[in-house]
Ligand binder design. Structure first.
Ligand SMILES: [Zn+2]
Ligand SMILES: [Zn+2]
Length: 422
């Protein structure tokens, strides 16, 4: 059955059969974020376009090529958010959230928008969760934030997580390094692709993101940032690594790890999952000590990360976790029995059971196969005979155990069965 319309390219419906997986994911990560002291923030899905141009950077692909930007009917230049850090920092300043608060901590979840080529786990509307902590430059905070990201991903069922970490320097030491790197690339420009040559001008560190094997080979001997960090950045980086070691987090320093966003300073990190192979990271983040000032606020250091929800779900799907069905499926035979079934379902729902009522009017055999397909824990059968005797037949779909009970006894029986099962 196909109508005329399809979801726009790069978007996906989250269907009722699939949403329990999403709910389980959100419950798992949000519990961890709350345990680490983060409260939820919801900012608008659209903001002034200039917020992202200022925050993310005019020279970035995100702002130049990938942003959904438009002029609204009032003539305002608006953009759908391509990421959430800029929105959180805007809200932090607008509501003066740092006023009585040495460290402001918030987590978010929601859809983001980027006009990109859709591929596995990468869409034009995609979901992110993440945290932002504003107000401390302490390297121990970097370790705590990274630990929070890792703990939330393992709570969501991801295994074999690897932390890649680097320092991308600061406005004092980075320009010196990018000059050296640009010089290296432009000495033998023939060895690089046009994108890399363009990046060499605007944002040289991004050349390390190039997937072109020729460019990768040409970068083998490229100068690395590690040797060009200023003393403050080098000290910060080793303090972060030391703190991670103390809390038992394994880290793999990766001097070629860079971020696509201009605002990162010092710590940058990515988390990859073995379940996705060598594919993109499931989470990425870092420090952005200059961003608040860039938005016109008092200089306030910050750090955070974002998790790509579709990618995590792709990885946990690979690990195989079935969706849960209703607790009870009510099979009914005839109109009168259906009404009695509705009443029984209502009572059970009020006591906390998830109940699905069959409205197909098909044979009992067919209804039992529907119950099976739905993954129901129990089936309640209400027909003429059950109405006459007042005893409903209820069946444990897992053990096959069956009982005939009056409607009032259903709830205690189900509760005891569930406890036995657990
Ligand atoms: Zn520095
Ligand atoms: Zn290249």
């Amino acid at each position: 059955m196909m109508g005329e319309f399809k979801a726009p390219k790069g978007t996906k419906d989250i269907l009722p059969d699939d949403s329990p997986r999403w709910d389980r994911f959100f419950n798992a990560v949000e519990t961890v974020y709350k345990n680490y002291g983060y409260g939820r923030i919801d900012t608008p899905i659209f903001e002034a376009e200039s917020l992202f141009a200022r925050g993310i950077g005019d020279g970035t692909d995100i702002v130049n090529k990938e942003m959904y930007a438009f002029t609204d009917k009032g003539g305002r230049k608006i953009a759908l958010r391509p990421e959430e850090t800029a929105g959180v920092v805007r809200a932090f300043l607008e509501h003066d959230l740092g006023r009585n608060n040495p460290l402001f901590k918030a987590y978010y979840k929601g859809p983001m928008f980027r006009y990109e080529r859709p591929q596995g786990g990468r869409q034009r509307q995609f979901w992110q969760v993440g945290v932002e902590a504003l107000g401390s430059a302490d390297p121990a905070l970097d370790a705590e934030v990274i630990d929070c990201a890792l703990e939330s991903l393992s709570a969501a069922g991801l295994e074999d997580l690897k932390l890649h970490i680097n320092s991308v320097g600061c406005p004092i030491c980075r320009p010196g390094y990018t000059t050296v790197l640009r010089g290296y690339i432009l000495t033998e420009p023939d060895r690089f692709c046009p994108t890399c040559l363009e990046r060499a001008e605007k944002n040289p560190m991004r050349v390390f993101d190039c997937k072109n094997p020729g460019c990768a080979a040409a970068l083998q001997a490229a100068p690395l940032i590690t040797a060009h960090l200023c003393a403050a950045c080098a000290d910060h980086f080793s303090a972060v690594l030391a703190a991670l070691q103390v809390i038992g987090v394994a880290a793999e320093p990766d001097p070629r790890l860079v971020r696509g966003l201009d605002y990162y300073t010092k710590t940058a990190f990515e988390i990859k999952s073995g379940a996705l192979g060598a594919q993109d990271a499931v989470a990425a983040g870092g420090r952005y000590d200059g961003l608040v000032e860039q938005f016109g606020g008092v200089s306030t250091p910050g750090i955070g990360f974002a998790v790509g929800v579709e990618r995590v779900l792709l990885a946990t799907e690979a690990a195989g976790r079935p969706a849960a069905g209703p607790d009870v499926y009510v099979a009914t035979l005839g109109a009168e029995a259906r009404q009695a079934g509705l009443a029984a379902a209502k009572g059970l729902r009020r006591t906390g059971f998830a109940v699905a009522v069959d409205f197909s009017d098909k044979s009992l055999k067919k209804q039992l196969s529907y119950a099976d397909k739905a993954g129901a824990g129990f089936t309640l059968i209400v027909g003429d005979e059950e109405l006459q005797t007042g005893a409903y037949v209820i069946k444990n779909m897992r053990t096959g155990e069956q009982a005939a009970l009056d409607p009032e006894s259903l709830e205690p029986w189900l509760t005891s069965q569930k406890q036995e099962g657990a």
